[in-house]
Design a binder for this molecule. Structure first.
Ligand code: YSA
Length: 334
């Protein structure tokens, strides 16, 4: 480390410059730099002494040397600042942890808004005694349509409503609703049955603010002896109370689905309007029989809703297409 004793006396501005720069380059810690600053550009440093000595020079020399010395001060101050920056930035070896830096929250992911809504809804039904089950997204035509009493000539079977999958028997499709899982569950189990079925569905349709070609549904099915329409209404009323709040009003109106009789749609009162949130009804006797159940002995109710549409209501989302556009500005709000 250089110190003031080691530095040769500067007899001219040029000589002082060379000595100062060389000493600066040899200073590699902040302590050494402080010694350099005091020695060369400090109030009692070499540059100040040189300026004080100008009085003994002839007037013309004094002007020339004085101007050069002042330029040198500016130059040395600039070099000193740069050297400090270099020394400070290299004080922590590359790759080491600087424990003096303030803490930063690590980036973390979260559940997709559809998943959050699905979990909230299925949990409400789980607490009412419904079990959560899942079924295949690539489905047989038989479960998606035939077992549900949807006839051969029904428009939903048209290639412009359904994504068909190339297969040997031309009987595979992307399920258009979660209702085929009703048939699968009934085929594999005896009553009593109480299930909810969340999952992706696909429809070959034009998209707009309330329609996507891919979306989720949550199906519900209860089958047992003596189940009535009052059980359907009571269960769905309780669902609305749990999801939308204790004073939520609901409305049932007649609707048609081939797999229920009678069929209804359920709306909730939302900001002064009635908004339809699901289809429902008493399971059609043919659907029970298709699954091998005795329709004189057993009855049941079923329903199907879209969790994205319900999330749109609850979270004031104006366009369903946000759910699958993968825009973090949307997703990170949940
Ligand atoms: C009806 C009676 C039952 O006993 C059981 C289930 C059902 C529902 C029936 N399977 C069905 O799919 N009816 S639906 O065509 O009206 O869709 C139900 C819900 O899925 C809609 O209320 C909506 O929330 C959602 N949905 C349908 N098409 C959609 C969609 N969500 C987004 N984009 C689409 N293209």
């Amino acid at each position: 480390m250089p110190n003031s004793q080691d530095i040769p006396a500067a007899e001219s501005v040029e000589e002082l410059k060379l000595v100062a720069i060389s000493a600066l380059e040899n200073s590699s810690t902040s302590e050494e730099l402080e010694v350099w600053r005091v020695d060369f550009i400090g109030r009692k440093g070499k540059l100040t002494s040189l300026l004080r000595g100008l009085g003994s020079l002839a007037v013309d020399d004094r002007r020339v040397v004085g101007a050069a010395a002042n330029r040198l001060r500016g130059e040395l101050e600039g070099l000193f600042e740069k050297r400090i920056a270099v020394v400070n930035s290299s004080s922590a070896p590359l790759g080491s942890i600087d424990v003096t830096l303030p803490g930063r929250k690590p980036a973390s992911g979260g559940l997709h808004p559809s998943t959050q809504m699905i979990r909230e809804i299925t949990q409400a039904f789980n607490e009412m005694g419904f079990q959560t089950v899942e079924g295949p997204e690539v489905e047989l035509e038989r479960y998606n349509f035939d077992m549900l009493n949807i006839p051969q000539n029904h428009p939903a079977r048209d290639m412009f409503d359904t994504f068909w999958v190339d297969s040997e028997k031309d009987d595979l499709l992307l399920r258009t609703h979660t209702s085929p899982v009703q048939a699968r569950v009934m085929e594999a189990n005896d009553p009593p049955i109480r299930v909810v079925v969340p999952g992706k569905c696909y429809r070959y349709e034009a998209t707009d603010a309330t329609h996507e070609w891919q979306f989720n549904q949550i199906e519900g099915l209860a089958v047992d002896e003596g189940i009535t329409f009052a059980d359907l209404k009571g269960t769905l009323y309780e669902f609305a109370r749990r999801i939308f709040g204790p004073s939520q009003k609901v409305r049932f109106r007649c609707d048609f689905f081939p797999f229920v009789e009678p069929g209804v749609d359920m709306s909730i009162e939302w900001k002064g309007n009635w908004l339809e949130i699901m289809g429902a009804g008493m399971v059609h006797p043919k659907v029970l029989e298709n699954a091998g159940y005795d329709s004189d002995k057993y009855t049941g109710f079923a329903f199907g809703m879209g969790p994205e549409r319900i999330s749109m209501l609850k979270n004031e989302i104006t366009d369903i297409r946000h759910f699958f556009s993968n825009d973090l500005r949307f997703l990170s709000q949940f």
